[in-house]
Ligand binder design. Structure first.
Ligand code: GDP
Ligand code: MG
Length: 178
């Protein structure tokens, strides 16, 4: 593999309980390198080098959203921090999906000038019987905001790596477009 790129900073956003920390711990447990983690702003930060399409990328994943004060300043700072954002909702929780839409509006407003990659993630795809948000609805909503979309199950470890690989690909496209 060629020299590593990045580090890219990726921020997890979304309601409490949707599975952000579960996704982060899968990321942290990757075996192809020595990850490291530490605490930051009351949340957690994970560093990992992953190989995507034969090229190494170093990614810093921030799981700090839920630990920010409701005062808008620290949340706003979060939205200004990342190179890319993963907005998570649970497919079993319609209100988390609606909040995910609000977050995309906020992000696009906060980061007007750049084309920051955003991936909309419908987690808990294993809980099919409790589904409250359909794939087609989520896909349509993602395309309105020019986001990628993927459904994952942290519990079943389904589609979690395609999610992180996808974000690295988007970051590279943006880097190479400069
Ligand atoms: P966070 O508040 O967004 O960080 O959510 P957590 O990662 O703490 O997860 C909240 C709860 O949902 C925990 O009990 C997890 O075990 C559970 N959970 C997370 N991801 C999944 C999933 O993909 N499927 C199922 N069935 N449960 C999940
Ligand atoms: Mg958490």
């Amino acid at each position: 593999p060629s020299a590593s790129a990045g580090p890219f900073t990726v921020v997890l956003l979304g309601d409490g309980g949707v599975g952000k920390s579960a996704l982060a711990s899968i990321f942290a447990g990757a075996s192809d390198s020595m990850g490291s983690e530490c605490e930051l702003y009351g949340g957690e930060i994970f560093e990992q080098t992953i190989t995507v399409d034969g090229e190494r990328a170093s990614v810093t994943l921030l799981d700090i959203w839920d630990s920010q004060d409701e005062d808008s300043w620290s949340k706003q700072r979060c939205l200004q921090t990342g190179d890319a954002f993963i907005i998570v909702y649970a497919i079993t929780d319609r209100s988390s999906f609606l909040h995910a839409s609000d977050l995309r509006v906020q992000l696009r407003r906060e980061r007007e000038a750049d084309r920051t990659p955003i991936i909309l993630v419908g987690n808990k795809s294993d809980l099919v019987r409790c589904r409250e948000v359909s794939v087609s609805e989520a896909r349509a909503s993602a395309s309105v905001f020019d986001c990628k979309f993927i459904e994952t199950s942290a519990a079943m470890q389904h589609n979690v790596w395609p999610l992180f690989e996808g974000i690295v690909r988007q970051l590279r496209l943006r880097r190479d477009a400069r």
